[in-house]
Design a binder for this molecule. Structure first.
Ligand code: BTN
Length: 336
């Protein structure tokens, strides 16, 4: 039996009419079996044109975020290959940690359409309403020292920004250390959680929350986000005017991250991505306030170094290295 995943991948890759005969031969199933899967897909909102003597053509994929839609788009070797999908869950970080405790492998991924107890950084909550957002958490089992783990968060930030640029064409930027912004609005946040044993990493969970199609279907888009975050939050739909496929964004983020991760594990520093990262760093050459509880200060950001620290030039010309695990920064005149 051809699964929905296989059929979707096949039709998407061919991007032309494919005859029922060819599908039957390829999947070694009957015409009725193919017809049944096509019907299921159409019922789920996929637009599949079927023309006698020509076959089937996948015209439009709805913004479906489910197991098959994600799996059929994956091009990775390990990232997301053990996949858990939840229509609704508390928090994908919690779910993937549970899986990790039960032996899930490196690269296991939890994705949810909706979270009821999503967590943000600094103990804040993170909203992921259904039908519009992506909540995803990737399990990594790196053999590196714990003080290097924050560099993986930076790499996920880079992967997220590049995935957004590739799919939407928007000018996504990284607000160091791990927010992605478009036109100054936050469209993605990352929360990494480490589980240590003595002084080595048992596993690490990188949780990514994207605001994707928030605002679509609302007559008053100014009501898209709750008042507390309205000034700062944005969505890819609001910034581009186009509905974005969440499954495509999940798959693209993983594809880019996997490449970065594999190189990082060999090199254990960020030299190989410095230019790539600094080119899209929203804070580059801008005034920043460094919110260090011990000694807050202001200066001009000059990019990250190979350890992932932000270099901040103080007024007296002295360069400070701000370590990403400890503090965050704000723009002098606002969030970025
Ligand atoms: C931030 O505060 O900017 C980080 C937000 C991280 C949210 C994501 S959504 C998927 C994963 N599950 C969670 O509960 N949090 C992260």
């Amino acid at each position: 039996m051809a699964t929905k995943t296989e059929l979707l991948r096949f039709l998407r890759e061919r991007n032309e009419y494919v005859s029922g005969q060819e599908l039957c031969e390829f999947f070694q199933v009957s015409r009725t079996a193919i017809w049944k899967v096509m019907k299921q897909l159409k019922d789920e909102g996929y637009r599949i044109d079927s023309v006698q003597n020509k076959g089937y053509f996948l015209m439009e994929c709805p913004d479906v975020l489910d197991f098959h839609e994600i799996e059929s788009r994956l091009s990775t070797k390990w990232a997301g290959r053990e996949l858990y999908y939840y229509k609704e869950t508390t928090s994908t970080n919690i779910m993937i940690k549970e899986k990790a405790e039960n032996g899930a492998s490196h690269g296991a991924l939890a994705v949810a359409d909706k979270q009821t107890a999503g967590r943000g950084r600094r103990g804040r909550s993170w909203a992921s309403p259904s039908g519009t957002n992506i909540a995803m958490s990737l399990l990594c089992r790196p053999q590196i020292s714990p003080d290097k783990a924050s560099m993986l968060t930076l790499l996920m930030g880079l992967a997220a920004a590049e995935a957004v640029i590739k799919i939407t064409g928007l000018e996504a930027k990284i607000k160091w250390p791990n927010d992605i912004v478009v036109h100054g609005k936050k469209i993605c946040g990352i929360l990494t959680e480490l589980t240590l044993e003595m002084d080595f990493i048992r596993y690490l969970v990188i949780g990514i929350g994207y605001n994707v199609n928030n605002g679509y279907n609302l007559t008053d888009v100014s009501q898209t986000f709750p008042e507390e975050i309205r000034d700062v939050a944005g969505s890819l739909f609001l910034e581009s005017g186009k509905v974005v496929s969440r499954a495509e964004l999940v798959a693209e983020t993983l594809a880019i991250f996997e490449g970065l991760y594999d190189t990082f594990i060999r090199e254990e520093n960020l030299s190989f991505v410095l230019d790539r990262y600094n080119r899209i760093l929203a804070n580059m050459d801008t005034g920043v306030k460094v919110l260090d509880p011990q000694k807050p200060f202001t200066g001009t950001a000059r990019g990250i170094n190979a350890q992932g620290s932000l270099l901040v030039e103080k007024e007296d010309g002295q360069m400070e290295e701000v370590y990403s695990g400890e503090v965050s920064v704000r723009g002098l005149y606002g969030y970025v």
